[in-house]
Structures are given as C-alpha cells and as structure tokens.
Ligand binder design. Structure first.
Ligand code: UMA
Ligand code: ADP
Length: 473
C-alpha cells in the first residue's frame, strides 16, 4: 500500500466506491486524511457507510451540501465522467468551487518518486503487454509489480518496488493531471469508448496524454501500425520528446523495433539487430506488436536482450485472449471473450480460418460490417446478446450463414454440432462486443464459454473413451 503523506489532515472527497474508490479511501484513512465518499448507487458496504455521512452524501441525494465546498481535493474513479457525455455532477460541483479534481494515479505519482513507472495504454493489447513486461521483469528478478486497469489499484501496490508497471485506460488517463511517466507505451488506437470521450478526437486526446509532461529521461514507445500512431509520433518529434521508439507488429520501423518475418529486430540505432524469434503462444501481428513494445520497455529499463528472450518463451498468455480451451474431435475451441470491440475480433479472424464464430453482446462504436473482409472465413456464425438482431441482418445480407442464439450455452452446443456437419477446424468465441447485457464482465462470459466447452468435452470423451486435447495450436 502506498501511504500518502501529503494528504495528512486534508479533506478529500472520493467519488465512486468500486475497486479504485475503496482502495483510495483505505489509503487515505491510513494516511490521516479526512475522507468523505459518494457513489451514485449508494453505499451499502458497512466499512464505508459511516464516511458518506461525515462529509458528502445525504440520503436525499443532496449532493451539494456545504460540506462539499470544504474539500481540498476530489478523487474520481475511472468510471466517473470528466466531460462526456456530460461531466458527473460531482465534477461539475468541484469545478464550480475550484476544488482540484484528481485520480489515484496522480496521487501515486506525487507520493512515489525515484522509482520507475512503466505505463501501457492503447485500444487493444494493454493487458497482454502489461503482463508480458511484468513476466520478463519477474523472470529477470527485478523488483516490480503490476497494477492499474490490469486489476490491482495503483495505491494498493507494495511501496518497496523499483518498477511499477501499470496498465492505464483512457478513462484513467483522462482524469490524470501530473503524468510524466518514465516509460510510456501507446500500442494502437482504433475506435472505442467514443461516447465517454465525446468522439474519436476526445478518445485520441485521452490516450496520447500518456506521453505528456515528459522529461529528459522519459521513453515514448509508440505503435505505428494504425492511422493515429504515426501522427502522434510526429507530434512528439515536434514537441522535442527526447527518446521516441516506434514499434510495429508487421515491419521494422526506422529507428525502431519490429518484425522481419518471424524475427524481432531492434533497429533503434539504424542497423538490424536480431533479438528473438516469434513464439507460438503469442501468435499474430497483434501479439507481435505487444512483444515489440514489451521488448522496447524492457531494454530501455536495463533488461538484457538474453533475459528478455529467455522470459518471453515461458509466457503463457492471458486467459480470455485467444485462449485454447479444448480440442474436441480435432476442433479447437478458442475463448477470446476479451475481444470486446471489432478491432480485437479482427485479430482473431486474421489468425484463424474455417471457423464457427460466436459473437455479439452489447455493441460498441463499430459495427460487424467492419469484419466483412473476413466473412469468407466464417463457415457459420451464432449471434448472441443485444447486437444479435441487427448483426444477423447485416451478416445474412453478406451471405454469411448464421443464426441467433438466446444464450451462450445454446450457441456453444449448436456450434459443436455445426462444427461436425461443416467440418470446421475452430469454434471461436470472439464477441466484438461488451458483455454487460448478459454477463457480469468479459471474464464471466469467458468462464461460461469454458464451462460449456468442458461439459461437451466430458460428454464426448466419456462416451467415446477416445483421447483428448492438447495445449498446442
Ligand atoms: N460510479 C458512480 N457514478 C458513475 C460511474 C460509476 O457512482 O457515473 C460508481 C459505481 O456505482 C461503482 C463505482 O463507481 O460503485 C465503480 O467505479 P469504476 O467504474 O471507476 O470501476 P472500479 O471498480 O473502480 O474499477 C476501475 C476500472 N474500471 C473502469 O474503468 C470501468 C477497472 O478496469 C480497473 O481494474 C480498476 O479500476 C482498478 O484500477 C476494468 C475495466 O473494465 C477492467 N476497464 C475498462 C476497460 O478495460 O475497457 C476501462
Ligand atoms: P486490452 O487490455 O487492451 O483489452 P488484451 O491484451 O486484454 O487488451 O486483449 C484484448 C483483445 O484484443 C483480445 O481479443 C486480444 O486477442 C486482442 N489483442 C491483443 N493485443 C492486441 C493488439 N496489439 N492489437 C489488436 N488486438 C489485440
């Protein structure tokens, strides 16, 4: 836990009492601050209940009691809107009364100095890259910890680490003020969270904040495989950023790190230096982008090339990201539940062919037509969730054979039958949608897929007594 000395005796309002808010409150109380909390759905956790009455919350929803005006600072959770579609009332109030609005990442940055922060953002690949960097640092026996959007709120990380490796979402970056991370990585930008950021412009602006307030030793690692990366790189050059490393999953950028066929190449100094071969567990251009970014972050922070290569081969990948669950009668069942937008599903469709696809859920900003280039790879599709009706019409119009399933369970069972009929190689759950219409989160959805597949696997092999799946693709 990171205690915040500078918050002693300060009056701090914490908005949103989820994972982040609770961590902030716990840390603030231990740091001697006077804390009040507010959450739109009320506070039922007994541990925090007393706090709402002391400062901020009244049962009548009287958000704007005079006590609020006495706040020194307001700390918002990532889910609290700063601006779009409209600023949360608490934020509006703070602005009106000149109360500083900040977040837990800022508090961390102010307290912790002399340690290295390595921060990862991007539309897709954040968690994989964060986990891979963490794996390399742990394998190389550096004192490090993972946190942020990855799961552990930044203030709950241990205070004694040399390297803090944080995944940061656009939500977190939006409310950051201090910034100035030692190593900042922006993997890629494609449309996502558009409503929350008031359009693509706001989303890009939030993402590129990861490079703000750079210093002489700051390292900027920027993915240049999409339309926005090269523009941001050029902007950083213009602003005089001292250390910019372009990275790619598909080519070797000038003065950067990338791939020539299956070889990871370090071209930072203008000559090709072979680093390592690609690995089975992190297949596809998208993962190559993640590996290139991870290598860049490791090498600029003192990890030897050999230490990186040794560690990368033992990285298993994360669950719910193109994860092989089972091979049943030669058909591979892949869980890509974390594909919550069209761009991430595109990566799976690039990689796999001759497949039965399960997709749908709560649609985001891009529609299924953006996957049209890959429709010919889909032998049959099962559509679930809120997107099902619209996407069914679009896919049928493009001659993709498909049907709507009322639940994931039904979709998986039918996909199993269909895979036999159509001689498919892969059953892929890659929804291209958020999960919240039918599940608690993407993990819940992926776990349900796993349960359904395992049930089929048990039935198949108990009746056939045949032999079973392997972990290999
Ligand atoms: N709340 C309000 N009013 C609002 C919005 C939220 O009162 O307008 C309250 C909710 O009632 C709830 C609390 O705020 O009690 C939830 O706060 P939150 O939405 O900020 O979520 P946390 O539980 O604090 O978790 C956050 C991240 N969640 C989001 O950004 C939505 C977690 O990322 C992160 O792991 C955690 O902080 C620790 O840092 C999850 C996520 O879904 C994985 N992230 C999004 C993504 O990856 O796409 C951005
Ligand atoms: P994030 O944390 O940004 O959501 P994850 O590593 O959890 O990223 O991966 C989410 C989804 O995106 C998975 O379906 C995964 O296969 C896909 N993905 C992973 N890395 C990339 C990348 N660099 N570009 C595009 N898609 C990716």
């Amino acid at each position: 836990m990171i205690l915040l000395d500078f918050c002693k005796n300060k009056r701090v309002g914490v908005i949103g009492l989820g994972k982040t808010g609770k961590a902030v409150v716990d840390v603030l109380l231990k740091s001697g601050a006077l804390v009040g909390v507010y959450d739109d759905v009320g506070i039922d956790d007994f541990k925090y209940k007393g706090l709402d009455l002391t400062l901020l919350y009244s049962p009548e929803g009287n958000l704007f009691s005079d006590d609020w005006k006495k706040l020194d600072v307001m700390v918002v959770s990532p889910g609290i809107s700063m601006l779009w579609p409209r600023a949360h009332p608490a934020v509006q109030f703070a602005h009106k009364h000149n109360i500083l609005v900040t977040n837990d990442v800022d508090l961390f940055q102010r307290q912790v100095s002399g340690r290295t922060t390595i921060c990862v953002s991007g539309t897709n690949g954040k968690s994989t890259t964060t986990a891979l960097i963490g794996h390399v640092f742990a394998s190389a026996e550096r004192k490090s910890v993972l946190g942020g959007n990855f799961g552990l709120p930044v203030l709950l990380t241990p205070a004694d680490r040399d390297f803090y490796i944080f995944e940061l979402s656009s939500y977190q970056l939006e409310s950051c003020r201090r910034l100035g991370f030692d190593t900042a990585i922006l993997l890629n930008i494609t449309p996502d969270h558009i409503v929350r950021h008031g359009g693509m412009h706001g989303y890009v602006e939030a993402k590129q904040k990861i490079f703000a307030n750079f210093r002489e030793k700051s390292q900027a690692i920027i993915g240049v495989d999409d339309d926005y990366g090269p523009v941001i790189e050029a902007l950083l050059v213009r602003l005089g950023h001292p250390n910019i490393i372009p990275i790619s999953g598909a080519r070797v950028p000038d003065a950067g790190i990338g791939w020539q066929e299956n070889n990871l190449i370090d071209n930072r100094y203008g000559s090709y230096d072979f680093v390592c071969k690609s690995v089975e567990t992190l297949d596809g251009d998208h993962n190559r982008q993640n590996i290139a970014a991870s290598y860049a972050a490791c090498v600029v922070n003192g990890i030897e090339k050999q230490e990186f290569c040794d560690a990368v081969v033992s990285f298993d990948g994360l669950p719910h990201r193109q994860e092989l669950i089972a091979t049943i009668n030669g058909v591979k069942y892949i869980n890509d539940s974390k594909a919550t937008n069209v761009q991430s599903t595109k990566q799976a469709l690039r990689r796999f062919s001759n497949l039965i696809l399960i997709l749908g859920g709560r649609p985001k900003d891009d529609g299924v037509e953006k996957l049209a280039d890959y429709f010919s790879k889909i032998k049959y599709a099962f559509l679930i969730g809120e997107a099902a009706d619209d996407w069914y019409k679009i896919m049928r119009a493009r001659r993709v054979k498909c049907e709507i399933s009322n639940s994931l369970d039904i979709a998986v069972n039918n996909a199993y039958k269909m895979s036999k009929l159509l001689d498919a190689d892969i059953v892929l759950l890659s929804p291209a949608c958020a999960s919240f219409d039918q599940f608690k989160d993407f993990e819940d959805r992926g776990n349900e897929f796993r349960r359904c597949v395992k049930r089929i696997e048990r039935k198949t092999y108990s009746s056939h007594n045949g032999h079973k799946n392997t972990r290999d693709y």
